[in-house]
Design a protein around this ligand. Structure first.
Ligand SMILES: Cc1cc2nc3c(=O)[nH]c(=O)nc-3n(C[C@H](O)[C@H](O)[C@H](O)COP(=O)(O)O)c2cc1C
Length: 193
C-alpha cells in the first residue's frame, strides 16, 4: 500500500549548491537546491530560481554564473545565503567566503568550496514563477587535495552537503554502495548481447 501526497515538490536527495554572480568587487551568493546536470556534451547545468531573487536579475544581466559545491562544515553559511538577499546583505563578507576570479567568466568562484563550475547562460526558461537558467560549463576547478595522483576525484574529501527538499534537512553523503555501469551486470540472466 502507498499513501498519495498529491502534486509535490518534495524531492530528495538534491545537491545543495552556492551559485555566485556579480563581480569580484560586488559579488553575490544564492543557495540553490533546484539544480541538475542536463547535458554531457556540451556540459550544461540547469539552475532554477524564482524571479524575485536578486540573483535572477544579476545572472540575467550578466549572462554568467558559477556553481560551487560547499562541504558539510559550511552548513550554517549555506543556510545563511538562502535566508538573506544580496539586495541588502553582503553575503561574502558576512559568511567570510572569499570571491576568487574565474578563468572564463567574470562571476567569482567561492574559494572555500572544493568544486567550482564556471557557466555561461545559453538559454532561459520560465516555469510558473521560476526562471531556469541553462548554463554551459566552460571551466571546472577542484581543490588539489580532493584529487588523487591519477586525477580521480576523492568524493570523501569534497564531502558535499546533500539536501532533502520538503523535509528542510541537510545531510552528508554516507557510504559508497556500488560502482555505476557495473553493479547492475549481476542481474543479467542470459548471455544475450
Ligand atoms: C536550502 C535552501 C535551498 C534553496 N533553494 C532555492 C532554489 O533552488 N531556488 C530559489 O529560487 N531559491 C532557493 N532558496 C532560497 C534563496 O536561496 C533565498 O531566497 C536567497 O536569500 C536569495 O538570495 P538573493 O536575493 O541574494 O539572490 C533556497 C534556500 C535554502 C535555505
Amino acid at each position: 500500500m502507498k499513501k498519495q501526497l498529491g502534486p509535490s515538490d518534495t524531492f530528495f536527495p538534491t545537491p545543495i549548491t552556492l551559485v555566485a554572480s556579480g563581480t569580484l568587487e560586488k559579488p553575490n551568493i544564492i543557495t540553490i537546491a533546484w539544480v541538475g546536470m542536463v547535458c554531457s556534451e556540451p556540459p550544461t547545468i540547469a539552475v532554477s530560481m524564482t524571479n524575485k531573487r536578486h540573483s535572477t536579475e544579476s545572472i540575467r544581466n550578466q549572462g554568467e554564473f558559477t556553481v560551487n559545491i560547499p562541504g558539510t562544515s559550511k552548513v550554517a553559511e549555506v543556510d545563511y545565503c538562502g535566508i538573506v538577499s544580496g539586495r541588502r546583505n553582503d553575503k561574502f563578507k558576512e559568511t567570510h567566503f572569499t570571491p576568487a576570479p574565474g578563468l572564463k567568466v567574470g562571476a567569482p568562484i567561492i574559494q572555500e568550496c572544493a568544486y567550482n563550475l564556471e557557466c555561461k547562460v545559453v538559454n532561459e526558461l520560465q516555469i510558473g514563477e521560476f526562471i531556469v537558467f541553462l548554463g554551459q560549463i566552460v571551466e571546472t576547478h577542484i581543490d588539489n587535495n580532493c584529487v588523487d595522483d591519477t586525477g580521480r576525484i576523492i568524493l570523501g574529501k569534497v564531502n558535499p552537503l546533500v539536501y532533502a527538499a520538503g523535509l528542510r534537512e541537510y545531510w552528508n553523503l554516507g557510504e559508497k554502495v556500488g560502482t555505476a555501469f557495473n553493479v547492475g551486470r549481476q542481474l543479467r540472466v542470459t548471455d544475450g548481447e
